[in-house]
Design a protein around this ligand. Sequence first.
Ligand SMILES: N[C@@H](CCC(=O)N[C@@H](CS)C(=O)NCC(=O)O)C(=O)O
Length: 241
Amino acid sequence: MSSTAAPPPPPPPSDGSVQLFSFEGCPYAQRSRMALIEKGIEATLIEIDLFNRPDWFRAVSPYGKVPLLRHAGGTVYESGIINQYLDEAFPGPALMPSTPLGRAHARIWMDYCETRFLPAANAVVAHGGDEARRQAAVAAFSEVLRFLDREALGQLTTDGPYFFGARPGLVDIHYSPFFERFGTYRELGGAEWPADCERLRRWFGAMQERPSYRATARPTEYHLEARRQMMARRRAVAPAA
Ligand SMILES: N[C@@H](CCC(=O)N[C@@H](CS)C(=O)NCC(=O)O)C(=O)O
């Protein structure tokens, strides 16, 4: 009986080029694909099917996740860190503010995305059919949106639609894939944009015009189907008791 050896991982780039391990439906990988486009960096995309991941992926990715970047003999992971690396290591438009205080504020709002915005958005779709829980999650999410509108967009800039003014940067990229999925928060949890979040609305309108958004965004139906598939696979792995 003959056995076929598993294919090896793609070799790391040896010529200064960039490899990004990505998955089309992943909003975090989308952040890094957007940063590559905003910086004008050529990269080889290696698509990892997370539902059927190759055996070698664990050896390449310490967390077993995408996105993951290989460049200059090193490996970088975590989308926010990849994007800051890209901004520092490559020429092209600066995606972080020029002052230490500005950069500190940018990091605060990227952190807010991970620690406040995303848990609130996830709670909207994970109510499990409990109406009281759903309503509380929608109300809490609306407050997060108002906080972003008032404390970030209302305080950081007066001269443009983006978080730091007339040019987009890493904070804009950080949030954008999750606002693209707003239709899923609406469909699955009944979320609505608060009418008083005008700055946020203007910001997202500007982001939707960016080539980096247009090249990477998918319609709500795509995201709903991706979620259905993910939930079905989770149920198959851990059937309800
Ligand atoms: N904090 C990470 C999150 C990345 C992440 O959760 N990626 C998901 C796909 S959207 C993943 O690779 N999941 C695979 C797994 O958890 O096994 C980042 O910002 O890069």
